[in-house]
Design a protein around this ligand. Structure first.
Ligand code: PMV
Length: 301
């Protein structure tokens, strides 16, 4: 038996644009998904707490790719539990995928390194979702704050402190559907939508520099990024309500995080975390004060 865990993630800048080759800035958050795996004779049996069935295809594909990579296979009995709300855009599916890969590697003596786990995890997302950048899988594997260059598969650690408050709308959304929605909008109006995507890329590069210098100005960049995500069509009334409530309660900036259409927003609120969390709850959201963690996927025991 092996117990592994991996953190959730929050995309700070660059979601959706990263699907088109622009950079993203993402951080691993201190809320984890736990996966217990046992070797059996054959087949894969999965159990989970709460409604995580949507993550089962990620487990199955991750096991398949890990078997193929290691060159051996076995049956598996897997149990998943998570501190993350399901389908919230906080990276449950990526954390489940990389946890499965590490668990299989441990059970079969595969000795997979983090780089290989991140790469296989990305393939899982590509095969299950159709379109996916390496953002979620790299962040949950490696931990910390990462500047991600998707084309070069470069995951650069970024130092910096980020007092964040995450607001969950309690509305679920499907990443694949939102990615498709953006693609359709781009196909209809490429000359309008391409510059928005490039602009998000510029904001993300600027945010990385800003973070390195202590973070002053990050909030405004988040606000601009939020407006551009709205322009791509991934906003929702509830997301906007939480974004505005956070800003009014003293956040320096706030934006959608992840695919949008529901799911979560994130606010940068140094010294105002409690007031911002309260404002989010008063608007009907669930607030999560989740600090960044440096700990990526790991074996618990
Ligand atoms: O739904 P999430 O939080 O996993 O975020 C998806 C981020 C996108 O940029 C929309 C898609 C991707 O694969 O990067």
């Amino acid at each position: 038996m092996v117990l592994v865990s991996a953190p959730g993630k929050v995309i700070l800048f660059g979601e959706h644009a990263v699907v088109y080759g622009e950079p993203a800035l993402a951080g691993a958050i201190d809320r984890r998904t736990y996966l217990k795996a046992e070797k059996t004779k054959k087949g894969i049996k999965i159990r989970s707490e709460g409604s995580k069935e949507k993550d089962f295809p990620y487990v199955e594909k991750a096991a398949e790719l890990a078997f193929e990579h290691i060159g051996r296979e076995c049956g598996l009995e897997i149990e998943i539990s998570s501190e993350l709300p399901p389908a919230s855009g906080l990276g449950t599916s990526a954390s489940v995928a990389v946890s499965t890969i590490l668990a299989v590697s441990e059970l079969l003596g595969g000795g997979l390194e983090k780089k290989e786990i991140a790469r296989l995890g990305h393939r899982v997302e590509l095969e299950v979702q159709g379109a996916a950048s390496p953002t979620d899988t790299a962040t949950t594997t490696l931990g910390g704050i990462l500047f991600i260059l998707p084309k070069k598969q470069v995951f650069e650690p970024v130092e910096g402190e980020l007092p964040l408050v995450i607001g969950y709308t309690k509305e679920t959304s499907l990443t694949g559907e939102l990615v498709r929605r953006v693609r359709e909008r781009r196909d209809r109006n490429p000359e309008v939508v391409d510059p928005i995507i490039e602009d998000i890329g510029r904001i993300t590069r600027e945010a990385k520099e800003t973070l390195g210098k202590g973070g002053a100005g990050i909030g405004e960049l988040m606000d601009i990024n939020h407006g551009l995500l709205e322009a791509l069509g991934v906003g929702s009334e509830r997301l906007s309500a939480l974004v505005y409530a956070a800003r009014e309660a003293g956040a320096e900036g706030a934006k959608i995080t992840g695919a949008g259409g529901g799911g979560c927003m994130v606010a940068y609120a140094p010294g105002k975390e409690d007031a911002v969390a309260r404002a989010i709850e008063e608007k009907g959201g669930a607030a999560l004060k989740a600090p960044i963690t440096r700990e990526g996927v790991r074996v618990e025991r």
